[in-house]
Design a protein around this ligand. Structure first.
Ligand SMILES: C[S@@+](CC[C@H](N)C(=O)[O-])C[C@H]1O[C@@H](n2cnc3c(N)ncnc32)[C@H](O)[C@@H]1O
Length: 344
């Protein structure tokens, strides 16, 4: 009989599991290197439908079947988020919910502690997870920050900040940078992904408000230049929006999309703005389409600082299909870069 550790697991088992993990990782690398997409619209549509069904379930566990990158279907349990409540529940706001977990090629092929490795999930680029909306920092509101107690407060703050920002030097730099963009055909939509929550508790999140204002400004400037058609729409997707955020955004002509609808809507006739997303937006785009204009974070391949990494496939998409243009730096937008599709 094999010796057992304190939890009764045969001591040989970790070695077998480690070998299995390495072999699966090598297989995933080989499948990926053959050009197999991690994300397809068909697979995203399916995970979106499963997510909607999860939202109608009031308790208990559901079993969800999703296809792995190896073409095999895996059925996994998805708990009801409320059943995971812990004594730390008071640390969380916004309630518990389900989200789509998007796994980058970096995370699918990263060796991990075998305790956290599951062959049933190893091949899945998308999964549904029960989670809490975490209480975000700063926990203690700065007394200089605006306090928001209603949709009217939020709307007023949004409009005041936008009005002031449009008189800034930065706005002029933005106009100059966007003036360099030419598009052979008018694009028909602008999509903002991961622009963040407009408030945190009752405190205005100035950075996120300004990112939404940036999206509107890009739409107006591009419409004047005929890069976007006059009838173009603007969409945003961030699962963190509260009802108050949604109310204020609809009053400022944003259409909010539920995950993964922004990716399903994204196509070659789109302008995409994505800032510090904590999902692999770049890899999703590289697999599904070539938007007319892309504005997102400048490449830094540091998986500690970034979750939205530039994979080899992202590099290839950009090198083959895009011109890189300067995008002015602003502390609320971090270091963004703009790509405009080549017209060949
Ligand atoms: C690090 S925060 C960045 C927020 C904001 N852009 C900023 O720069 O402060 C990452 C954002 O990604 C959002 N996010 C996570 N999953 C997403 C999804 N599936 N679609 C869109 N946004 C998502 C989070 O809710 C969060 O607002």
């Amino acid at each position: 009989m094999l010796p057992h550790n304190v939890r009764g697991i045969a001591m040989e088992e970790p070695d077998q599991k480690l070998a299995q993990m390495k072999s699966i990782i090598n297989e995933i690398k080989a499948i990926y290197n053959q050009g197999t997409p991690l994300f397809t619209k068909e697979a995203m549509r399916k995970v979106g439908q499963e997510l909607e069904i999860c939202k109608t379930v009031t308790s208990g566990r559901r079993y969800v079947t999703l296809r792995g990158i190896n073409g095999v279907d895996y059925t996994n349990p998805v708990d009801h988020p409320r059943e995971q409540l812990t004594s730390r529940a008071e640390l969380y706001v916004g309630g518990s919910t389900w989200v789509i977990n998007y796994n980058s090629i970096e995370s699918l092929t990263r060796e991990r502690d075998i305790e956290f490795f599951s062959p049933q999930r190893a091949y899945l680029a998308m999964e549904i997870n029960a989670c809490y909306r975490e209480l975000e920092t700063p926990l203690i509101p700065d007394e200089n920050d605006l306090q928001i107690f209603s949709t009217e407060d939020l709307l007023k703050a949004y409009q005041d900040i936008g009005r002031q920002w449009r008189t800034s030097d930065y706005y002029q730099q933005l106009q100059a940078a966007l003036a360099k963009v030419k598009s052979p055909i008018a694009l028909d939509k602008i999509i903002g992904v991961a622009l963040g929550p407009l408030t945190i508790q009752t405190q205005l999140n100035h950075r996120s408000v300004l990112q939404h204002i940036l999206l509107s400004a890009i739409q107006s400037i591009f419409t004047e230049q005929n890069v976007l058609s006059a009838s173009s729409k603007r969409y945003v997707q961030d699962p963190v929006y509260t009802q108050e955020h949604q109310d204020a955004l609809s009053l400022t002509e944003f259409t909010m999309l539920e995950d993964p609808q922004a990716f399903l809507a994204l196509d070659n006739s789109s302008v995409l703005l994505s800032i510090c997303a904590d999902i692999p937006v770049k890899e999703i785009v590289a697999d599904i389409c070539c938007p007319g204009v892309i504005i997102w974070d400048r490449k830094i391949n540091d998986s500690v600082l970034r979750t939205d990494l530039d994979s080899s496939r992202v590099d290839k998409l950009l090198e083959q299909n895009y011109h890189e243009l300067h995008f002015p730096f602003h502390e609320s937008f971090s270091d963004l870069v703009m790509y405009v599709r080549k017209t060949t």
